[in-house]
Design a protein around this ligand. Structure first.
Ligand code: SF4
Ligand code: SF4
Length: 168
């Protein structure tokens, strides 16, 4: 779960889910990953991203070991009022106003490989005449635009000449 740079108050959704499932919540653990939201921000260069990913691998290994040992995690609730606002009203308004696939389009660099179709976790892209067509179920994960091998996808006028998120 994420709320941008931190988890906001996303923990409340996990707590609700655990209650519904009658699971015991053992806490949450934090993993830092590189910025990928190129619709609004710039992403780190390849070297910085590689370093962040390397660090996150260490964090993940520690988490795996804690889970195997049945250790409990801290219930992180870090963001106070800011988290409440981010996970509440800001999140609702942001999704409604901004999180749509409408802004995505392909350029003449598209070679019709279909990688964007494969990468979309919500099956929101089809190929028509070997070119991508976006449907209405997008969560702005940025996988299609960052994973296109020829950088043929742009988002509105926000992403031209911007570095793509380093995925590998
Ligand atoms: S991944 Fe890029 S090149 Fe491949 S079909 Fe999609 S837009 Fe075209
Ligand atoms: S941003 Fe993510 S969810 Fe939206 S169309 Fe691209 S891959 Fe699919």
């Amino acid at each position: 779960m994420t709320c941008g740079g931190d988890t906001g108050k996303a923990i409340k959704y996990i707590q609700k889910l655990c209650k519904y499932k009658e699971w015991q919540l053992k806490g949450i653990a934090e993993i830092k990953i590189p910025e990928n939201y190129i619709a609004l921000f710039s992403v780190p260069d390849k070297e910085t991203s590689t370093q962040i990913i390397k660090e996150s691998d260490k964090q993940i290994n520690k988490i795996i070991s804690d889970i195997k040992s049945e250790n409990e995690f801290e219930i992180i609730n870090p963001s106070g009022l800011s988290g409440t606002l981010k996970s509440g009203i800001t999140n609702t308004a942001f999704y409604k106003i901004f999180v749509h696939a409408k802004g995505f389009h392909y350029t003449n660099k598209c070679i019709g490989c279909g990688e964007c179709v494969t990468l979309c976790p919500l099956n929101n892209i089809n190929l028509k005449n070997q070119k991508p067509v976006w449907k209405n179920n997008c969560t702005h994960c940025m996988a299609c635009i960052c994973g296109c091998p020829t950088e043929a996808i742009e988002y509105k006028n926000n992403t031209q000449n911007k570095r793509r998120y380093y995925l590998k």
